[in-house]
Design a protein around this ligand. Structure first.
Ligand code: SAM
Length: 276
């Protein structure tokens, strides 16, 4: 098993980091192994990875026994990844393209729950969009777990509890039918080049969805509520037909603010609105 220093792989292939592509590479193989261990035992499991870059995390996932399907937008990285493919011909499949454009579910051959783990040191400019996409859709989802690197502030927003500074739409989207936690804090200096801010790996496991709740309706409620987060609900939810009646039905005081309404209360509100 070749473990050439990643710095040498990058130099050999002339992979100067592109800011536009959110390229902050992790070169420390020990750290990469720790990230690859977060989803649990990957032997024989399928992993979908976004943005393998020079292939450090990909290598760690392959070393952990996973079958990896990886999508990379920067064609400059493909020769380095082709070398990895020589080493793991049966267990690595590369797709050149934009992760936002491809139908990853079809690529993974996902018919039902549990088809693949998603593991990625995401490009920050598309991380939230991809997360929201994976959190939407039928439930249980096609993926088993998500293990994703974010800017630390985004990670805090994903796991935030009610009444805290970072609580908002992202927390509700991530928590109403999944359980997220911060699995690892990663210092800026762990990346080449170092980004401006700290990072964190978030691990997300799906849980059973509450029954009778329409995802789009919940989204609409949280968008309206947190669009004016300092306002009372009776003000911020004015534009959502039936929402004020639903608050009254549930006995939720309409002078409360969105940031003080728990995930469970938002779920109840969406359910009541959906049946009203
Ligand atoms: N996985 C590598 C690591 O951990 O060192 C690289 C991570 S780097 C933060 C993000 C990677 O995502 C880069 O290789 C970049 O080229 C790639 N990328 C950026 N935008 C992308 C997109 N829309 N679709 C697929 N890959 C993308």
């Amino acid at each position: 098993m070749s473990h050439e220093p990643l710095r040498a792989v990058i130099a050999r292939h002339g992979l100067s980091a592109s800011k536009a592509l959110g390229q902050n590479f992790i070169l420390d193989r020990q750290l990469l192994s720790r990230i690859a261990a977060i989803p649990g035992d990957l032997a024989g499991q399928t992993v979908y990875e976004v943005g393998p870059g020079p292939g450090g995390l990909t290598h760690a996932l392959l070393d952990a026994g996973a079958n990896v399907i990886a999508v990379e937008r920067d064609r400059r990285c493909l020769p380095a990844l082709a070398e990895l493919k020589v080493e793991f011909p049966e267990r690595l499949r590369m797709i050149e393209g934009d992760a936002l454009d491809i139908d990853e579910r079809a690529e993974v051959g996902a018919g039902s729950f549990g088809a693949a783990h998603i593991v990625a040191n995401l490009p920050y400019n598309v991380g939230t969009a991809l997360l929201l996409r994976w959190l939407a859709g039928p439930w249980p989802p096609w993926w088993t777990t998500l293990t994703l690197m974010f800017q630390r502030e985004v990670a805090e927003r994903i796991v935030a509890g009610v009444g805290t500074e970072h609580y908002g739409r992202l927390a509700i989207a991530a928590q109403w039918r999944a359980s997220p936690r911060i699995a690892l804090l990663v210092h800026r200096s762990s990346f080449t080049p170092p980004p401006k801010v700290a990072s964190a790996v978030v691990h997300i496991v799906p849980v059973p969805a509450p029954e009778g709740v329409d995802h789009a309706l919940l989204e609409r409620l949280t968008a309206a509520s947190f669009g004016q987060r300092r306002k009372m609900l009776r003000q911020s939810l004015k534009g959502v037909p039936g929402a004020l009646d639903a608050l009254a039905t549930l006995g939720i005081d309409s002078s409360r603010r969105a940031e003080m309404l728990s995930v469970a209360e938002f779920v109840e509100l969406a359910r009541t609105l959906g049946t009203g």
